[in-house]
Design a protein around this ligand. Structure first.
Ligand code: PFF
Length: 449
């Protein structure tokens, strides 16, 4: 039985859906703060290298498996494993992907909830005329309010799961068509504003002039995790989307286009945010609050600042929405693939993600000192271990499956790059992506303990 008869309406729709999955909090919120904590330019350099050496080839592998199987990740893997005379256990990779997106979506929904709160605050003009100190203190006070955090998390999850319940191809296509271009435009405006501040020069230096002493094993480890996270690779989430990909579309071109766009968005966000950080003498290493504090500060000074800021948070919210839908899809697809109704599967996923998300939300107040592992609280664990460990591990297994298990005859046609292109891609996976991921992952995990 083929349980995903839906298809994206066009090639453009598929690219937009992939970009919608890739571009989100990872680019605009996570990239600046992780880069800030990990040496700026050194991090950026490594992250771009990882996108090229691992991100793009593994992304291609993931979509190829999805398109080859045309079912939920678990069933696509099972079908292709059977056709390749490999172990049926490969299907557990789909379950591991579902576990990964489960953890990611729970904290993702909490942070997206912050955007809802900030959208409302900027519409109300809350930040106008406030000093940077007051804006910083306001953010701290917001985090310390468990009810507000849980409320916004619930709201965000609700709007996400409503689209998922309707079936992603239909729901998303219309949304993506105009949202993504609008987001790019607004980011360009923001970066343009950054360019007009005194912080622009220092921001460019901080982002683009690496000091090589800053490259430590931890920075390498975080950069690899972030490359997977920002491209949405390693959790079988793109595999779930690949199942709806049109037959005639070139996978290689799609992967490169999405990666390029994704990097550009991160760079624009980085330029906009770090310009303000340096112009205002803020701390680039301040962590998850970085974007939520710097942007209101920048806009508090501008004419029509509240209007711009509201527009920005609205688009950010929409970008995270499309990513969250992608995060939810593999879980829902797994359950529907087991014969569950779509509505029931969506509800089950929503409730479980909500519960874990509540624990993440409370980590800023009541549960702040509950640190079950490596001295990290629930939010810190969820926002670091799944991106840094689970995604690369999932990506590694996907790469092994595509490069060593799938026979050439299965893959070559699906890739749409001819047999020379196929060989090049497979060699990149076999001799670069797989060993590199393995080494960085093992090193990083050993350093965790
Ligand atoms: N790529 C998304 C972002 O940058 O916000 C996050 C994400 C989506 C990660 C889907 C993993 C995933 F499977």
């Amino acid at each position: 039985m083929n349980d995903t008869l839906e298809r994206w309406g066009s090639k453009r729709a598929f690219i937009l859906a992939m970009t919608g999955a890739a571009v989100g909090l990872g680019n605009i919120w996570r990239f600046p703060y992780i880069a800030g904590e990990n040496g700026g330019a050194a991090f950026l350099l490594l992250y771009i290298a990882f996108v090229l050496l691992l991100g793009i080839p593994v992304m291609m592998a993931e979509i190829l498996i999805g398109r080859g199987g045309r079912q939920s990740p678990v069933r696509s893997l099972a079908t292709l494993a059977r056709a390749s005379q490999a172990s049926p256990r490969w299907r557990y990779l789909g379950l591991f992907g579902a576990l990964t997106v489960f953890c990611i979506l729970s904290f993702y929904s909490v942070v997206s909830g912050w955007s809802i709160e900030f959208l409302v605050a900027s519409i109300n003009g809350t930040f106008e005329g406030q000093s940077p100190q007051a804006i910083g203190a306001g953010f701290e006070a917001f985090l310390a309010n468990p009810w507000l955090l849980v409320f916004n998390h619930s709201l965000f999850l609700f709007i996400t799961m409503t689209v998922v319940a309707a079936g992603v191809a239909k729901g998303l296509e219309r949304l993506n068509n105009f949202l993504m271009p609008l987001l790019y435009l607004l980011l360009l405006v923001l970066a343009g504003y950054g360019a007009s501040t005194d912080g622009f020069g220092p921001a460019l230096g901080w982002l683009f002039l690496p000091s090589f002493e800053a490259i430590t094993p931890t920075v390498v480890f975080h950069a690899m995790g972030h490359a997977f996270f920002t491209l949405a690779v390693g959790a079988c989430a793109l595999m779930a989307y690949g199942a709806y990909m049109p037959e005639e579309q070139s996978l290689t071109r799609a992967a490169f286009a999405v990666a390029l766009l994704d990097i550009c968005v991160a760079l624009l966000a980085g330029i906009a945010i770090f310009s303000v950080v340096f112009a205002q003498g803020l701390d680039p290493t301040q962590g998850p609050g970085l974007m939520f504090v710097t942007l209101p500060i920048a806009f508090a000074e501008l004419p029509f600042g509240s209007l711009w800021l509201s527009g920005f948070f609205l688009l950010l919210l929409l970008a995270t929405w499309t990513s969250a839908i992608n995060l939810a899809e593999p879980m829902v697809a797994t359950l529907t693939g087991m014969g569950w109704r779509r509505s029931i599967s969506t509800a089950a996923v929503a409730v479980s993600v909500w519960l874990l998300g509540v624990l993440a939300a409370l980590s800023f107040s009541t549960l702040g000192e509950f640190r079950p592992l490596w001295g990290r609280n629930v939010f810190e664990l969820l926002s670091s271990i799944p991106p840094d460990v689970f995604l690369p591990l999932g990506g590694l297994l996907i790469a092994i499956f595509a490069a060593w298990v799938l026979p050439e005859s299965q893959a070559v046609e699906s890739l749409g790059a001819g047999s020379r292109g196929y060989r090049l891609w497979r060699a990149t996976l076999r001799y670069i992506s797989i060993p590199l991921t393995l080494v960085v992952l093992v090193g990083g995990v050993l350093a965790l303990g």
